[in-house]
Each structure stands twice: as structure tokens, then as C-alpha cells.
Design a protein around this ligand. Structure first.
Ligand code: 2P0
Length: 342
């Protein structure tokens, strides 16, 4: 797709938006059993520059049902239904009756096991509301994105972003800005440890943890203090405190999943080797802390000054296939067809 909409694509009912993945420094893992996709714990992430999703939405009276094309190929029935649910919310909020065609593409390899639903649903929420003529605040777009993918609520905003835990009776829960992307100039080196098949999805994995792990209650009790430590460290620009709290958050999240029955182990040998290398780097005085999501890849938090040395060391760990350099970046942006353009 082009960087901006072609002129014939503009006009009522069309918009294009871009959004980026985010990495949680304080992890979300587990939903409340009441409410509509409400997280059980607060999380705090950094939205990343570099990798991006670009999504176009066109409402079209000629369509009988929502259509979804991802990376040029017709999407599965399940993926299309998940997108249609978001579009239905936009249609009922805007009074629009037409169905929509959605085209989405990532500029990072979708088969890498890194593709997150966060950038996809953040871009879709931004594009769909703009295409429907809704001039919604970022908070409202974030709440809409959360109903499709909790982590997507955070990718609507740029920089450092917090999504509070849901509370009983919450009807809306948007992510909140904590600090801009230039407030704390860290780097995150992604160590890709597998290009292969998908893991057990986050939605399924956290539900299994919620239902069967004896450590889940401890995780829910402890996560708010980890998130508060991450928030305080970001605001104080204290990377040491941030790295320590982020690494603890990831390990506590995985401990709850590993203790499920049967245990949910997202790690491989390469994951453990990369964590060990991060700790060796730290012992040598370099800035390096590990965080891991629902997969085997290790993301290393570091400084601009130490990024090259950390990247070289992590790239040399057996089982690390390649590295991706990332840094704090912007939130979801409508790049064509915003209501203001009409
Ligand atoms: C996070 N993850 O905070 C955590 C850490 C994965 C591990 O948010 O079920 O794809 O749609 O809410 O948003 C991934 O969860 O799952 C995630 P749903 P989502 O980034």
C-alpha cells in the first residue's frame, strides 16, 4: 500500500491509519471474569518505532458483509469475524449502515511469531472511526481497540502508556499517557529465537492460567506494585529501576503460566540462554534487562550507548536467529481520510 491514500480513495467512508506494536514493561496477563475484555491487572508499555501496521477501511454500500485482506491475502473466517465485531461497534456509534472492506499490511514479517494483535487493532480502530466520520479522542479509540485486543488499547497512544486494571462495573477503560516517547530514550533489542509456528495464543494462554494456575492469584495481587515501580521509574528516568521491575514483571507473569495445569511454557532453550546472557552483560556493567511475552523471543531493554554491545552479545547467543532494533515511537495516526480532511 502507498504511504498515503491515492486521491481516488479519499472521500466519505474511507480512511487509512498506521500503528505500531508495543512492548509491556509491566505485563498484562489475565482478564476479569466480568465485563467486556477487562484486564485483571494494570500494565505499562512503550509503543515502538520501526515496525508498523498500515490499515485502510472503506465503508461500501455494495458489500453484504465485512471483508478483510491481510498482506494481500483473504483473511480467515475467524480473523474476519473479530474485525467485523469492531466494525459493528463503529457502525452503531456512527449510524452508518454500510459494511466495510479492510486492507491491512505489516512492514515486519508476519510469520516471525512477533506479529502482535496490538498494532493491528490500534490501526483498525483509528482507521474505522475516521472512515465513519467519528472525531473521537485517542482515549475513546483506545477503549474501542481494547474490546478487540487488550494490548491494542496501549498502541493507540505513543511513548509510555498505562492501561489500568478493570474494575467491577467498568463500561469504558482506555489506556492513559504516562510520558512521551522522548521522555526516556531507551532501546529494546528483540532477540528472535524462532521463525516457526505460532505459540498458544495469549487469549487462550491467559484463560488457561486464570483457570488452573495456583499462582494466578499471587500474580494478580503482586502485579499492581510491579506496575507502580515501572511507572515511578519511567517518570524518574531511572533506567536501572525500570529494568529491574520490568524483568521481575515478565518473570512473575511466566511463573503464573508455568504453574498452570498443564504448565504453559512459552520459553525454549534459546530463551533461557538469552536471559543468562543478559545477566552476564549486567554483571559486566552494561545496561541490559530481559522481558519476554507470550512466545520464546527475548526483548532486551538497554540504553542508546550500550545498544551496539548488547546487540552483538545477544546475536551471538546459540539459538538467537536475528535481532531487531526498536525504540520508543508514536501512537496510531490517521494518514488519509481523517474527518478534518473532508
Ligand atoms: C502484554 N501480552 O502486556 C501481555 C504480555 C502477552 C504477554 O497483552 O486476549 O493479544 O486480546 O487481550 O492483547 C497479549 O494479549 O490478548 C498481551 P487479548 P492480547 O503485552
Amino acid at each position: 500500500m502507498n504511504a498515503t491514500g491515492r486521491s481516488e480513495d479519499r472521500g466519505p467512508g474511507f480512511a487509512e491509519a498506521i500503528a505500531h506494536p508495543n512492548i509491556a514493561l509491566a505485563k498484562y496477563w489475565g482478564k476479569r471474569d466480568d465485563g467486556d475484555r477487562l484486564p485483571a491487572v494494570p500494565s505499562l508499555s512503550v509503543t515502538l518505532a520501526g515496525m508498523l501496521t498500515r490499515t485502510r477501511v472503506r465503508f461500501d454500500a455494495a458489500l453484504d458483509a465485512a471483508e478483510l485482506v491481510i498482506g494481500g491475502a483473504q483473511a480467515s473466517v475467524g480473523a474476519t469475524a473479530r474485525v467485523a465485531a469492531l466494525l459493528d461497534r463503529v457502525r452503531s456509534a456512527s449510524g452508518r449502515l454500510e459494511r466495510a472492506r479492510v486492507e491491512s499490511a505489516n512492514d515486519f514479517p508476519t510469520a516471525s511469531g512477533l506479529a502482535s494483535s496490538a498494532s493491528a487493532f490500534a490501526a483498525l480502530a483509528a482507521a474505522a472511526t475516521a472512515a465513519a466520520g467519528l472525531s473521537w479522542s485517542a482515549a475513546r479509540v483506545s477503549d474501542l481497540a481494547r474490546r478487540s485486543s487488550v494490548s491494542a488499547a496501549r498502541s493507540v497512544l505513543g511513548g509510555y502508556v498505562e492501561l489500568p486494571a478493570g474494575r467491577a462495573g467498568d463500561l469504558e477503560l482506555p489506556a492513559l499517557p504516562v510520558a512521551s516517547s522522548d521522555h526516556l530514550d531507551l532501546r529494546i533489542v528483540v532477540a528472535v529465537t524462532r521463525e516457526g509456528p505460532k505459540d498458544i495464543g495469549s487469549t487462550e494462554g491467559m484463560l488457561h492460567t486464570t483457570r488452573t494456575s495456583p499462582f494466578y492469584a499471587a500474580w494478580v495481587a503482586h502485579a499492581p506494585s510491579l506496575c507502580a515501580r515501572v511507572r515511578d521509574a519511567v517518570l524518574a528516568r531511572d533506567l536501572e529501576a525500570l529494568g529491574a521491575a520490568a524483568e521481575e514483571s515478565a518473570l512473575c507473569m511466566h511463573a503464573s503460566a508455568i504453574a498452570a495445569a498443564p504448565g504453559l511454557i512459552y520459553w525454549t532453550g534459546a530463551t533461557v540462554e538469552a536471559i543468562a546472557e543478559v545477566r552476564r552483560l549486567r554483571a559486566r556493567g552494561l545496561a541490559a534487562w530481559a522481558t519476554i511475552d507470550a512466545g520464546p523471543h527475548v526483548k532486551v531493554i538497554t540504553t542508546p550507548a550500550d545498544e551496539d554491545a548488547v546487540t552483538r552479545a545477544i546475536a551471538g547467543v546459540p539459538g538467537v536467529l536475528r535481532t531487531i532494533a526498536t525504540r520508543p515511537g508514536p501512537g496510531a495516526t490517521v494518514v488519509a481520510g481523517a474527518p478534518a480532511e473532508r
